[in-house]
Ligand binder design. Structure first.
Ligand code: NAD
Length: 474
């Protein structure tokens, strides 16, 4: 029986391994983590992450061929294939701060693998890492006292949160990069044999190590670039009377462009897009390519611009001040069908409104009060002062009492002067907006940062409506 161990039981490690366990009943899968509460949650009825379909998959395999454990060393020692799916956040201090990937967790996992292993293993980069990371990992692993040989593969994950299980069941492609040596090719084959249990051969792409590592950064950069392109266009639409959804529809009909991922919004979020582009910027700079670095940096700058543009629109529309006005925030997660708030645009939008002294009443179906309070007091990287991370000081900028987290959209909007829709949760489409309007201060404003509402219907009710990317009267 092939034994797989995955170090890191997060948004990637947990769902990916659960699907491998489901699709490969003859493989034993152990997902390990140093975070004991997370492992306890994986072993309970309340999984640590919300992902449609995940509960079902975990229930079918847990205790049979899928195990969650904090005994990292034991499971690594026993495994034939070790996936490493630890977090690779942006460095916050030192060389490359604010751009480079922090590989501390990766390095410590690699040193531990070298230390505890007693037999040869295939080590798989599942985390998103800078191109050439495998070279560093090989160096660390080769310094083991027992002369054990390791093969490193790059197998980046392309799942999207909110549709992770669907993406894992039917991946557009599985990418496996390895050394072009006979041992490297043998390792690639071992991993291919796992995926081939449910993914057709033509969807499994094999490349050299560096192409696989770079392809993940490139894919995220292209996806984020597409969002920034349409968001940049949304600003021009508002200024000229064009309508961004009509423009997206028209350009998406061109088969060279295609219709997907052309929705405008208040900005992209999530733990990956910004982090991976910043990492790409850093890699370009380190390789003497400042113009290429600047090109990709613009994708993040437009994203920041979109968020501040939205805040300015809210404040300007509400007679240039939101001081002491109650604003309902509908949605805080970075997208629907996830409880993940990492880098969600809601953080910057809320901070912008709080600095203008608004009183916020926040509702999201999957995000907890603790998450929101933590996110609103975190630091943010400042492009103009790249060495320093600017702390948002709650006492000088805003007061935590300005934020209330409530249990439903009706409570959030009661007595509010305005509503900002920041996540495209389906439930926001079918709210009783007549009832909401009755219970709000007048004039009642609604700012749709996600295109979820029918602006015409809401205007008939009496709302003053702003939809991002649409002219003010459309
Ligand atoms: P996460 O923070 O949810 O999970 C990482 C886990 O690794 C944490 O639970 C942490 O405790 C654990 N960990 C860290 N060091 C460890 C160690 N030495 N031993 C054992 N456990 C350790 O992160 P995530 O969202 O799952 O992302 C993981 C990687 O996958 C990142 O590189 C990310 O860029 C990449 N990725 C993420 C997504 C996504 O949608 N979240 C998609 C594709 C790729």
């Amino acid at each position: 029986m092939v034994k797989i161990c995955c170090i890191g039981a997060g948004y990637v490690g947990g769902p990916t391994m659960a699907v491998i366990a489901l699709k490969c009943p003859s493989v034993e899968v152990a997902v390990v983590d140093i975070w004991d509460k997370r492992i306890a949650a994986w072993n309970s009825d309340q999984l640590p992450i919300y992902e449609p379909g995940l509960d079902d998959v975990v229930k079918q395999c847990r205790g049979k061929n899928l195990f969650f454990s904090t005994d990292v060393k034991k499971h690594v020692k026993e495994a034939d294939i070790v996936f490493v799916s630890v977090n690779t956040p942006t460095k916050t201090t030192g060389l490359g701060a604010g751009k480079a990937a922090d590989l501390t967790y990766w390095e410590s996992a690699a040193r531990m693998i070298a230390d505890v292993s007693e037999s040869s293993k295939v080590v798989v980069e599942k985390s998103t890492v800078p191109v050439k990371t495998a070279e560093a990992i090989e160096k660390i692993l080769s310094h083991n006292s027992k002369g054990i040989k390791f093969q490193i593969l790059s197998n980046p994950e392309f799942l999207a949160e909110g549709t992770a299980i669907q993406d894992l069941f039917n991946p557009d492609r599985v990418l496996i990069g390895g050394r072009e040596t006979p041992e490297g090719q043998e390792a690639i084959q071992a991993l291919k044999d796992v995926y081939a249990q449910w993914v057709s051969e033509d969807r499994i792409i094999t490349t050299n190590l560096w192409s696989a590592e770079l392809s993940k950064l490139a894919a995220n950069a292209f996806l984020a670039q597409r969002i920034s392109s349409v968001n940049a266009m949304s600003a021009l639409c508002e200024a000229t009377g064009a309508n961004v959804s009509q423009v997206s529809h028209a350009i998406g009909k061109d088969t060279r462009i295609g219709p997907k991922f052309l929705n405008t919004s208040v900005g992209f979020g999530g733990s990956c897009f910004q982090k991976d582009i910043l990492n790409l910027v850093y890699i370009c700079e380190c390789n003497g390519l400042p113009e290429v670095a600047e090109y990709w940096r613009q994708v993040v700058k437009i994203n920041d611009y979109q968020k501040s543009r939205f805040v300015n629109r809210v404040v300007a529309s509400m007679f240039n001040t939101v001081s002491t006005k109650k604003i309902a925030i509908l949605g805080f997660a970075f997208k629907k069908d996830t409880g993940d708030t990492r880098e969600t645009p809601a953080i910057d939008v809320c901070k912008g409104l709080l600095v203008d002294k608004a009183e916020l009443s926040i509702y999201d179906p999957q995000v907890t009060q603790d998450q929101i309070q933590r996110d609103l007091t975190l630091r943010k990287f400042d492009w103009d002062h790249p060495i320093h991370l600017q702390p948002v000081n709650p006492t000088s900028c805003f007061n935590v009492d300005q934020v209330k987290v409530v249990r439903d959209a009706y409570e959030a909007t009661k007595g509010a002067h305005g509503i900002c829709i920041l996540t495209e949760w389906d439930e926001f489409k079918s709210l009783d907006y007549n009832k909401i309007y009755e219970n709000m201060q007048k004039p009642a404003f609604i700012f749709d940062g996600r295109y979820v509402i029918d602006a015409d219907k809401l205007r008939e009710i009496g709302f003053i409506v702003f939809s991002i990317g649409k002219p003010l009267d459309a």
